[in-house]
Design a protein around this ligand. Structure first.
Ligand code: UN1
Length: 504
């Protein structure tokens, strides 16, 4: 009898990721790093050999070489390559979102939302190629043309976090390219597969070799050179405050441009006159969406004492219905934390909250149950009666943890909301327009939401914060392209008639 051949069980292949420098994909020689599915640590999505300092230098060199030709490419043509990248990205949005959920952990609807947001940014910046313009002004002098043009900076470093592995690279890379810069892109090591997808989309769109270079590696081996090398003319960074501080102080000492978008401890104020159903939805989404791993997450609820008890109880009822698990499963509403480091850090904050004397109302530990053993799952958590001196009121936790503080007046709410070293975003729920306007005027944040959650942003308006949340220039919108360019003022005397003027 002929032997029956048994088909081997199909296993998901672990991809081998490469560096992309000067238009070539190649393997680096540093230590191996694995990208692991945070919902199931047995699922190794990809591996790569970490870039070394030499790889980063090679990338800078390739970007430097490509700069002259890219700078000379008309801005509308540069914009059209971004438009092509958008079309490619649109055609694979489902696959991008699925990979994102597998690699970063956010639930699929959130991942789809993030791809859409990144694509909106590509759309906006593609059009900016046509609007990359200066101004003209009437001169004090006769027959003089006085005008400005905008020019690119040169080679720029783009350093991005793991929590928005599609949208944030899009919102930094696209304006840098449209403005005529060449880019060295260093994404977070925990979402390398998504970073490769970002680069592929631009490569397939026809970006010339060397214009966009990818350096996959740990910050400790390549981070410094991407700020310190004399050829780097600007750094755009999103990530933690600790690293951000190092980036902007070094960039500042070198006298180059920087934009650093860092942490948040965003307050949501709910007043006694609020539409409480609307507020409940907004706080729920803001605090627990994306597993709280969002610098715009709602991490402090500042609520009027008259409505606080009922509101917190309703929030708890809602949390009881939230299914925790792998974000690819349609019924799941809360995914895992991204990796072991974040997992340990959030669990530590839960202990800190308990020790500080806050009242633990819900959650407070690891999430356990069927299907949760192999992932970095924590319970969504509410601490009530949190006092301003507590660390859980002050420090960014970056997990599904909400600190509730009760107030008696609007002035008290505003003072508490502003009692914070961060200033990224905030929200107020009230039906009193005067109160809402006063809040928008006096709150110390870069963005304000009235009757909507703290999260989100739109391509056509500036994104960023004040105080410890944002140092340097704003991102997105017109500002996004302005950051990556410099104006040059040209004085053109076309007759010589101005020679008698003593204006100078
Ligand atoms: C959003 O809320 O949609 O790292 C964007 C972050 C922010 C991006 C938030 N830079 O969470």
């Amino acid at each position: 009898m002929p032997s029956v051949k048994v088909k081997p069980v199909q296993k998901t292949q672990t991809a081998v990721l490469k560096q992309y420098v000067g238009g070539q994909w190649y393997e680096a020689s540093g230590p191996e790093i694995a990208s692991i599915n945070p919902a199931n640590t047995d699922d190794v999505i990809a591996k790569f050999r970490s870039a070394t300092r030499e790889d980063a230098l090679k990338a800078i060199e390739a970007a430097q070489k490509a700069f002259e030709a890219w700078r000379g490419t008309p801005a509308p043509v540069r914009g059209r390559i971004v438009l092509k990248a958008l079309q490619i990205a649109e055609s694979r949005k489902e696959a991008l979102a699925r990979l994102m959920t597998r690699e970063e952990g956010k639930i699929l609807p959130e991942a789809l939302g993030e791809v859409a947001k990144g694509n909106n940014l590509l759309e906006w910046f593609a059009g900016e190629g046509m609007r990359f313009m200066g101004t003209s002004a009437p001169s004090e002098l006769p027959k003089n043309l006085l005008y400005t043009v905008r020019q690119p900076l040169g080679v720029v470093s783009i350093i991005t976090p793991w929590n928005f592995p599609w949208a944030i690279p899009c919102w930094k890379i696209a304006p840098a390219l449209v403005a005529g810069n060449t880019v060295v892109f260093k994404p977070a090591s925990s979402t390398p597969a998504m970073a490769v997808e970002v680069v592929k989309v631009f490569e397939e769109a026809g970006l010339p070799a060397g214009v966009l270079n990818l350096v996959l590696g740990s910050g400790s081996s390549v981070g410094d050179v991407l700020v310190q090398d004399p050829r780097i003319r600007a750094v755009s960074f999103t990530g933690s405050n600790g690293i951000g501080k190092r980036v902007y102080s070094k960039a500042g000492l070198r006298g180059i441009k920087f934009t650093c978008e860092m942490g948040g401890k965003n307050p949501c104020v709910v007043m006694e006159d609020a539409d409480l159903e609307l507020a409940l939805e907004g706080v729920f989404k803001g605090a627990f969406g994306s597993t709280g791993q969002r610098c715009t997450a709602t991490s402090r609820l500042i609520i009027h004492e008259k409505v606080a008890d009922a509101f917190v109880n309703s929030l708890i009822d809602k949390l009881k219905t939230l299914k925790i698990g792998d974000g690819l499963e349609p019924s799941v509403g809360l995914g895992p934390l991204v990796d072991e480091h974040q997992y340990r850090s959030v669990l530590e904050y839960l202990e800190i909250g308990k020790k500080e004397g806050a009242v633990l109302r819900f959650g407070g530990g690891k999430a356990e149950g069927p299907g949760l053993k192999k992932g970095y799952f924590v319970e969504p958590t509410i601490f009530d009666h949190v006092k301003p001196f507590m660390r859980i009121f002050k420090e960014e936790i970056f997990g599904p943890v909400l600190a509730v503080t009760r107030i008696k007046t609007f002035e008290e709410a505003l003072a508490l909301a502003n009692d914070c070293e961060f200033g990224l975003t905030c929200a107020i729920y009230t039906q009193d327009i005067s109160r809402a306007m006063q809040f928008a005027d006096r709150i110390e944040t870069g963005m304000v939401h009235v009757n909507s959650p703290t999260i989100g942003g739109e391509a056509q308006v500036p994104f960023g914060g004040v105080k410890g949340s944002g140092v340097g220039e704003r991102e997105m919108a017109k500002e996004g392209v302005l950051f990556f360019s410099e104006p040059k003022t040209v004085f053109l005397d076309y007759t010589g008639q101005a020679r008698k003027s003593n204006i100078y």
